[in-house]
Design a protein around this ligand. Structure first.
Ligand code: GLN
Ligand code: ZN
Length: 766
């Protein structure tokens, strides 16, 4: 019984990866210092593997992103990888590749652009470079394993490569029907690489193919089969899949590959597939059986029983592994000092997952051990954290609790009256170093709660004055009191814990700490009412209440596992709705519930979308159920929404603000085709760049919107929150935005005929 682990966090224990790269970008450390720090973080990863498992990949290291590295490797961006300036230009410079969500995770990868007919070649054999550099050292490292335990002795490492299908499928610039041709075009470069790795002594090659778990059309399966039939002859390949089940597993088994990695935690259907196919004796099954996506300790005994069953079905070798790369988990539970001990002893982060693999191997080879018994004594259990009143509330929900009493077409007229093309922002304003310092000082006990509160009030006051001066129509309070839109609510809600050091990478060097939903969720006191009502007391313009939605809190946290995700979402929704009711009672007329993760929370397989979006929109509606006079907004960003418009419609929000500044009007035409009846604020400028948009550029975006939507449906706003921008960027940008709105609004005065938009939607509607 072997163990194999992969995807261990590159962030390092004290976020050394982040600190080093950011210091290098700022110019406070030299390139040599950067390289040393990165070597240290990589060493930490390898040490962690060696301590617990028999084999692991080498070359998972990346300066920024593995998809970018693969694109450079294949000559799509033929830069010299030793030229860090050129590399970081592609990663985060003015001409950086766009970011997109990696499968259904909150990691964002850099999306390469391909074109049909593009020729690939092995420009940079990165896996070979990494393998040869580390191999000698890895093989000479003293093994921590009892020698008898492992024929892979000493700890062995295999080169790591992102496979051709995943690379092509996740790139842009090619249509789905061109995918098979592109995969075929990638084969020669991969064949060359695999041959070189084989010659360099790699016993196996880890080929990441998570895209195999998506809906893979027949033509693609044929292309995959052709590609691997050839590639499998160049070297022994371990084809790794994860995040869900592989629907064409039986076809994969027939390929001349050395092993297949499957996710047996999140790909529950893989169990069924495995029971129906026979894996030949010369193949390795890498069984992902400890969870790479959630933080609860594995039940070692029941997993051991599962593995026994698997051994009866599978003729070949079984290696025990993690299900999904461990990068979605923080480094170690050990660093946490303030968690409830009853919670802490039930958690397993990345380091603990490796320990679990070690314990499992022991359990399976030596029989029940004392250490396994001890580990298993701490399993997630509801009994510790249940709140009967919350469960009763969920049990007594009726269909009408999910719906607003008055349909949109009628309630619209009962809501706050605003000028045509109302202007607003998405919620947050610059989180300056001063704001962050004050929050840290407050958390460290250096300033009192009262001092902190006064500071936040002063910020709100200045922002209200600024919005008056800018002439915006709907104000916000600025979110100065919030560190992070999910963590802020997690800290206030019962049943959710936040960590001190539980950082994971979101993209590049950006990190966040997912909260842990461990019990029934309950709001014991108002969370935002004080700040919002204070802001509202300073102005006669409406101030938007600002909340994070249940689906986003759920998706960006680690959930409990004893009840379905949808039940957790409903509990969160009720807690948020309690806040909505309090805001309403306090006289707030507009409330925004952000759901940026609504799309991302969707399952990877289309067939499961309806069921997901049904409960996700129900959770949103439960949170947003308010009197007809209250205008409910939602906000989404960072996703391709064109395929999910009808699901967005299910949410029944009065207004949606959405990222559109960069999507060149495609999104808007999709809204038009769909005949979306509610109000939409397409982002009129991109908040992710420091450039100040001109009045004309904003007018252009607006006019594009007005070609497909009647003006009564259109709002004017940036495409996301402004918290990462500087005041010097934000103020002129908003000034221009208000100016553009005013100019276009003026063109509608008198009749509904816009002066400058040419053939317009308004014409069709008049
Ligand atoms: N209201 C949040 C903000 O403005 C929304 C953030 C988001 O969409 N991710 O920061
Ligand atoms: Zn956003």
């Amino acid at each position: 019984m072997q163990t194999y682990a992969y995807g261990y966090p590159r962030l390092g224990k004290d976020r050394l990866y982040k600190r080093a790269l950011e210091a290098y970008w700022k110019g406070t450390i030299t390139r040599a210092q950067l390289e040393e720090a990165l070597r240290d973080t990589e060493q930490e990863r390898l040490d962690a593997y060696r301590k617990s498992v028999d084999a692991y990949p080498i070359g998972e290291f990346t300066l920024y992103d593995a998809m970018l590295d693969t694109a450079i490797m294949l000559g799509v961006y033929p830069i010299d990888p030793a030229n860090f300036d050129a590399y970081f230009e592609l990663a985060r410079g003015a001409s950086a590749l766009p970011l997109s969500k990696w499968f259904n995770t909150n990691y964002h990868y850099l999306v390469p652009s391909l074109a049909p007919g593009l020729e690939f070649r092995l420009h940079w054999p990165k896996p070979l470079v990494d393998f040869t550099a580390h191999r000698a050292e890895a093989l000479s490292a003293p093994s921590q394993q009892p020698a008898s335990a492992s024929p892979l002795h000493p700890t062995e490492c295999f080169p790591y490569v992102i496979g051709p299908y995943t690379f092509a499928r996740l790139s842009r610039g090619i249509s789905p029907s061109e995918l098979p041709t592109v995969v075929a075009a990638l084969v020669p470069a991969y064949a060359e690489l695999f041959e070189q790795l084989h010659n360099a002594g790699a016993r196996y090659i880890h080929v990441d193919e998570p895209a195999f778990v998506l809906d893979v059309p027949e033509d693609d399966i044929r292309a995959i089969t052709d590609a691997y039939t050839l590639l499998g002859q160049k070297a022994p390949l371990l084809v790794m899949t994860y995040y869900d089940s592989v629907d064409f597993l039986s076809a994969l088994v027939d390929l001349p590959i050395a092993g297949i990695g499957v996710d047996l935690v999140h790909g529950t259907r893989n169990w069924e597939h495995l029971s129906r196919i026979s894996i030949p004796a010369d193949k390795v099954l890498i069984a992902g059986i400890v969870d790479g996506r959630n933080v609860w300790k594995t039940d070692l005994f029941s997993v051991a029983a599962q593995v026994h069953r698997l051994q009866e079905q599978v003729k070949g070798l079984i290696w025990l592994s993690n299900a999904g790369p461990l990068m979605h988990l923080p480094v170690s539970v050990e660093s946490e000092t303030t968690l409830d001990p009853a919670l802490q002893e039930r958690l397993a982060f990345a380091q603990e997952r490796l320990e679990e693999l070690r314990l499992l191997r022991e359990l399976l080879t030596m029989g029940e051990t004392e250490s396994a018994r001890r580990w298993n004594a701490y399993q997630y259990s509801t009994q510790h954290w249940s709140i009967p009143s919350v469960q009763e509330r969920i049990a007594s929900l009726r269909p009408e609790d999910f719906n607003r009493s008055v349909p949109y077409s009628e309630r619209r007229h009962q809501q706050v009256s605003l000028p045509l093309l109302p202007t607003t922002t998405i919620g947050s304003f610059p989180q300056t170093p001063q704001v962050r310092q004050m929050r840290q000082a407050y958390r460290a006990g250096k300033i009192s709660a009262e001092e902190y509160r006064e500071f936040i009030r002063s910020q709100i006051k200045q922002l209200i004055a600024l919005q008056e001066e800018l002439g915006l129509d709907v104000f916000v309070h600025g979110e100065f009191e919030r560190s992070d839109m999910v963590e802020f609510f997690a800290e206030k809600l019962d049943g959710i814990a936040t960590t001190q050091h539980g950082w994971i990478l979101s993209y590049g060097t950006r990190v966040y700490r997912p909260p842990i939903i461990y019990g029934d969720v309950h709001r014991s006191a108002p969370m935002t009412v004080e700040e919002i009502t204070f802001a509202q007391s300073l102005t006669s313009k409406p101030v938007k209440g600002m909340l994070t939605g249940p689906v986003t809190i759920l998706t960006w946290s680690y959930p409990r596992i004893d009840i379905p995700r949808e039940q957790v979402a409903y509990q969160l929704a009720l807690a948020i709705n309690d806040e909505v009711r309090d805001l309403e009672a306090a006289g707030i007329r507009i409330i925004q519930i952000d759901e940026p993760a609504y799309r991302e929370g969707a399952p990877l397989k289309r067939a499961e979308w309806d069921a997901y979006f049904r409960w996700a929109s129900n959770a949103f509606k439960l949170a947003a159920s308010a009197g007809p006079q209250t205008q409910m907004h939602t906000h989404m960003c960072y996703s391709d929404f064109t395929a999910v418009l009808h699901y967005i419609d299910w949410m029944d929000a009065d207004v949606i603000t959405i990222e559109a500044a960069r999507s060149k009007g495609e999104l808007l035409s999709a809204f038009e085709r769909y005949n979306y009846a509610r109000q939409i604020g397409p982002g009129v400028f991109d908040v992710h760049t420091p450039a100040v948009p001109s009045v004309e550029s904003i007018e252009t975006v607006l006019q594009r919107a007005l070609r497909v939507l009647p003006p009564e449906q259109v709002w004017v706003n940036p495409d996301c929150g402004l918290k990462t921008r500087a005041w010097e960027e934000v103020i002129p940008a908003l000034r221009n935005m208000v100016q553009a709105a005013k100019r276009i609004r003026a063109s509608y005065q008198g009749d509904a005929q816009p002066v400058s938009t040419g053939a317009s939607h308004a014409t069709q509607h008049s």
